[in-house]
Design a protein around this ligand. Structure first.
Ligand code: ADP
Ligand code: MG
Length: 293
């Protein structure tokens, strides 16, 4: 039978919009020593917006048109933002064929331009360091944008860099306070992201937490597995890509507004997307462990 302390803690969590899937999950929260957070959609709102379009071919409209056309084939938050920006600028989209999603890297496809098929790629700059090595001016623009907290996407037409799209996402209002309170409870906090190192650093520094950047989805789940061997570790995420990492963790926590796949993989769900519930839950879990001893 379930101890009264557990039943009462589960009901008080659910009143605050935190769904804990059973007594074992609640006790596990009380043992957590470390929390790994996904960045996009978890620490940030997950609704990026385009901050600038840069052209190296003196045709900004064309860079945006090609980027947005390819993003029609993706459901990534960056794709949604680029498509919204194209609509705002009344850019006509081109038909795309042979499209391919490169998870954690970007997206590509073919469009018909001037009677021939052109391969258009949108890539994260950190996955094309060799190509960018000779393009000092492009690298400088990217680094400046990233140091300002932007995520940049490189636009290539037939392997030539023709431009950049910069995007930014806002940090959730309660993220700073949640991280601070967790640290006061002795919980180590680390951000995991597929985004580039510079953008990640701007966000992690503003939250006062550790970070690991430029990770592929499989890297995230491997790192969470390693962290969990060392200390009892929770993983908080919102996306389909986060589910494997949540399963590799000692405890998986999903944002309620995230995807169903993440919600299913989780032991705990923050139904109102309030990160500030995390320190509260840790305290509740710790108190429950004490009470049932
Ligand atoms: P995060 O860890 O922030 O959720 P992802 O793993 O989803 O990031 O993506 C990592 C990086 O891959 C992005 O920052 C972006 O540079 C690139 N990327 C992924 N998907 C797309 C896309 N559809 N369009 C442009 N860039 C993309
Ligand atoms: Mg995410």
């Amino acid at each position: 039978s379930t101890p009264a302390a557990v039943t009462s803690a589960l009901s008080s969590a659910s009143k605050r919009g935190v769904l804990v899937k059973g007594g074992a999950a609640l006790e596990q929260i009380g043992r957590i020593q470390q929390i790994a957070f996904d960045k996009t959609g978890t620490l940030t709102q997950g609704v990026p917006a385009v901050t600038s379009v840069v052209s190296f071919i003196d045709d900004e409209a064309k860079v945006l048109q090609l980027a947005a056309s390819i993003e029609q084939t993706s459901n990534h938050p960056l794709a949604t933002a680029i498509l919204a920006h194209a609509e705002l600028k009344s850019v006509a989209l081109l038909a795309v064929s042979n499209d391919q999603t490169l998870a954690g890297l970007g997206v590509q496809g073919e469009v018909q331009l001037g009677g021939s098929a052109q391969l258009i790629k949108l890539l994260a700059p950190h996955h094309m360091t060799a190509q960018l090595a000779e393009l000092a001016h492009v690298r400088t623009v990217i680094e400046d944008l990233e140091n300002g907290g932007n995520t940049t996407v490189v636009v290539l037409q037939d392997e030539q860099v023709i431009g950049l799209v910069a995007l930014a996402d806002s940090i959730r209002d309660d993220a700073r306070q949640a991280v601070e309170q967790l640290q006061k409870l002795g919980i180590n906090t680390v951000m995991l992201t597929g985004d580039n190192r510079r953008t990640a650093k701007v966000i992690a520094d503003s939250l006062g937490m550790e970070f690991r950047a430029e990770l592929l989805p499989e890297d995230k789940s491997r790192i969470v597995g390693e962290l969990s061997q060392d200390k009892d570790t929770a993983m908080v995420g919102d996306g389909i890509n986060d589910a494997p990492a949540m399963k590799s963790a000692s405890l998986g926590i999903a944002m309620g507004g995230g995807t169903d796949v993440a919600l299913e993989a989780a032991d705990v769900a923050l139904m109102h997307n309030r990160l500030i519930e995390l320190p509260q839950m840790v305290e509740l879990g710790q108190a429950t462990l004490t009470n049932i001893k």
